[in-house]
Write a protein that binds this ligand. Structure first.
Ligand SMILES: [Zn+2]
Ligand SMILES: [Zn+2]
Length: 343
């Protein structure tokens, strides 16, 4: 029985083209005490491989967090499969706004300590004692309340290209850092202000809202389904859209455009731009914003140094990489001194 992905990204991309099927990019999560994550992991891998699911999923003792793509024609079968798992029955599936058949090229289901790297010790508080869930309409309403502080629970490189108009966007690299910053900022208002939170798909706010309630905040609210679900509801119900720019996502698409506003700048020349790229030097792979002009000039590199490295023969590049810790992570935090216009 096959329990692991065997195809390379290129082979998979080719197969997707050949199949010519439209795929849907989907995310979902559920906090739930899973006794044996490895068993669930293997079960999901086998079932999903059959359904031609691709993507990245984490399973842990605290639940499941899935970012996947599936052929549109298999969506009903996937739903049925998820419904057969008791704690995933009727779980909300966030379906991406902008579709790309190649949003994922591998099926990876991994057992992890946590489903979101939150840097928290779970034993200290009750993660099921969460805030009040709001839909798009309720969120808009509370956003207008002068007594509300709206906080973006994502990292700096995500909020940089898009966020709710009046939101506080902490300049942080990790979820853990933003928890502390927000708590410090609001320490005198734990009882009198509405703490209104949002993130990409809602999962980070589940944890954050429980954390803040544990810390004594009295009025804790969160956007259910995050920006993805908000956008869907705004369209469907013709509500006012209070989000501007793009929604950063964790697959090959990198972002979904929500409005035409470009609120960020090229990190190299400062021109308005909200296109993320990864530095073409595999050993660097820095995530940053680069306009087309700079991309051409710099051959999609973050620095002159990286540009010089990619001119070298492949074997020589490999030699240079030896002994350097693998930084080849798609979403390496986008900070570097070489980026003149990174705020
Ligand atoms: Zn530029
Ligand atoms: Zn670089």
């Amino acid at each position: 029985m096959q329990l692991y992905n065997k195809l390379s990204a290129e082979e998979r991309a080719h197969l997707i083209d050949e199949a010519g099927k439209d795929r849907l990019t989907i995310s979902f999560y559920q906090y739930y005490k899973i006794e044996n994550p490895q068993i669930l992991r293997n079960h999901l891998f086998i079932e999903w491989d059959n359904l031609e699911v691709l993507g990245r999923t984490y399973v842990s003792n605290e639940g499941i967090n899935a970012q996947i793509s599936v052929p549109a024609e298999n969506l009903a079968a996937l739903k049925e499969q998820l419904d057969s798992i008791s704690f995933l029955k009727d779980c909300r599936l966030n379906i991406a706004i902008e579709q790309d058949n190649k949003s994922f090229l591998k099926l990876k289901v991994k057992v992890r300590d946590k489903i979101v790297a939150d840097g928290l010790n779970d034993d200290t508080f009750d993660v099921t004692n969460i805030g009040i869930h709001l839909d798009a309409e309720g969120f808009n309403k509370l956003l207008e309340d002068p007594n509300t502080v709206c906080v973006d629970m994502r990292n700096h490189y995500e909020s940089e290209i898009g966020h709710f108009k009046t939101a506080v966007t902490p300049d942080v690299d990790t979820f853990r850092d933003s928890l502390d910053i927000i708590e410090e900022d609001l320490k005198d208002h734990k009882e009198d202000k509405n703490l209104l939170m949002y993130c990409t798909g809602g999962i980070r706010c589940e944890k954050a809202s429980a954390y803040y309630k544990h810390k004594g905040f009295k009025n804790v609210f969160q956007l259910e389904g995050g920006i993805i679900e908000y956008t869907r509801q705004v369209k469907e119900q013709e509500l006012e859209n209070k989000f501007i720019g793009k929604n950063f996502v964790f697959d090959h698409r990198r972002s979904e455009r929500i409005t035409e506003d470009v609120i960020a700048n090229c990190h190299q020349c400062g021109e308005p731009c909200d296109m993320h790229v990864n530095c073409a030097n595999e050993a660097c792979h820095l995530l940053f914003i680069q306009c087309e002009k700079c991309s051409k000039k710099m051959e999609t590199c973050c620095s002159i140094e990286c540009k010089e490295i990619i001119q070298l023969p492949f074997e020589e590049q490999k030699e240079l990489r030896k002994g350097i810790p693998n930084s080849n992570k798609i979403f390496k935090k986008g900070r570097s001194e070489v980026l003149k216009y990174k705020k």
